[in-house]
Ligand binder design. Structure first.
Ligand code: FEH
Ligand code: ZN
Length: 357
């Protein structure tokens, strides 16, 4: 059987829409008919070659790591306890640990230090009509959720990654009613992050930081108390604005969704004593910061990568409870290249999702 897919044939080349064989499944796998596949800036970076060392690819290759779809076939060894059957809508946990390392035993398969794999960065991804997945990585969704696969697909990355990052800030004791929490970069991840800042923040004041007014408008629509446009502004000018909005010149906790060097530098400059910065964005290769403020004001700088299975179950429950606003634009597989370019230029508001009718 054949299927349509958007196929990479090399770095920095447009994907080609081709007919390719439907994947065969092993005994412990399921075949999923893809209903929706979210498009992430890291897909643009994959095609552009940013991950050449981290995730070397063999071509031809099918990207796509935010996947929701219908169970088409169950492998012969899939236990009945998986909780889903043919025809059910499932989302795919994109991090496939090898199950042998400490991280996998802790449940953090996204951090697998053994032979972990990340769908859409190793195993063929969801920019295709079908995908083969280990049964344990599929999570059944509610009947209500199944009505909108285009909403659920982005929850496996855009809706998952900032949740883990905000949880790290909360669990580090950096949030609370007398605190200010910032979210830098209101793209696909940031539009969820400002919501989690409210849901997990314990009454913290939420400030969105971005270079584009329309993205700040979305952040405020999604619950941020304030938005500050940082384009061409010094840290001092941002702090002047911060003071007029919040009464304070510093922020206690920041989730950076850009990974841009300038944004992270600004983040560090506006962090108050004992402030914490969590990075989930990956726009630049490296960041630099003066050592004394880091030490002298006891700052914390944490990385946070994707999320684990239980994090994903939690965000799906938040979505199911209607506690999350989504900003999704449905696109067709044939539009994949123009949308990858838009992601590369930072021109996307919310999340584009490829849908297969
Ligand atoms: C995935 C794989 C590699 C780098 C970055 C990503 C992000 O999309 C995960 O949030
Ligand atoms: Zn592992």
């Amino acid at each position: 059987m054949q299927m349509q897919a958007a196929v990479m044939h090399g770095y920095q080349q447009p994907l080609r829409i081709e007919e390719v064989p439907v994947p065969e499944i092993g005994a412990s796998e399921i075949l999923v008919k893809v209903a929706a596949a979210g498009m992430c800036r890291s897909d643009y970076q994959l095609v552009d070659g940013y991950f050449k060392e981290a995730f070397p690819l063999d071509f031809p290759y099918i990207p796509g790591h935010e996947i929701a779809g219908y169970v088409q076939e169950l492998g012969s060894g899939v236990p009945a306890t998986v909780g889903y059957a043919e025809g059910d809508l499932v989302v795919i946990n994109p991090s496939w640990g090898d199950g042998t390392c400490r991280q996998c035993h802790e449940g953090n398969e996204q951090l697998c230090s053994g032979n972990g794999r990340w769908v859409g960065f190793g195993p063929p991804g969801g920019f295709a009509e079908y995908i083969a997945v280990e049964a344990r990585h599929a999570i059944r969704v509610s009947a209500a959720g199944a009505e909108s696969p285009e909403i659920l697909a982005p929850m496996t990355d855009a809706g998952l990654t900032p949740y883990r990052g905000l949880r790290k800030l909360r669990d580090a004791g950096k949030l609370g009613a007398d605190r200010t929490v910032g979210v830098t970069g209101i793209g696909g991840l940031g539009s969820y992050a400002v919501q989690y800042a409210g849901l997990l923040g314990g009454g913290a004041t939420v400030v969105a930081l971005d270079r584009t007014d329309s993205k700040l408008d979305l952040a405020v629509e999604n619950g941020a108390d304030h938005g500050i446009n940082t384009r061409d502004k010094s840290a001092e000018a941002v702090q002047d604005e911060l003071e007029s909005l919040t009464g304070r010149r510093t922020i206690d906790a920041i989730l950076d969704c850009t990974g841009a060097e300038a944004a992270i530098s600004m983040d560090f400059d506006v962090l108050g004593p004992e402030g914490a910065l969590v990075s989930v964005g990956l726009m630049s290769e490296s960041v630099e910061h003066r050592l004394f403020p880091l030490v002298g004001t006891e700052l914390s700088y944490l990385g946070s990568f994707w999320g684990n299975h239980n994090d994903l179950v939690e965000v799906l429950a938040l979505a199911d409870a209607g506690l999350i606003k989504h900003n999704v634009t449905k696109v067709g597989l044939q539009d994949v290249n123009e949308n990858l370019e838009a992601l590369g230029h930072g021109d996307v508001i919310g999340r584009q999702v490829i849908v297969f009718e």
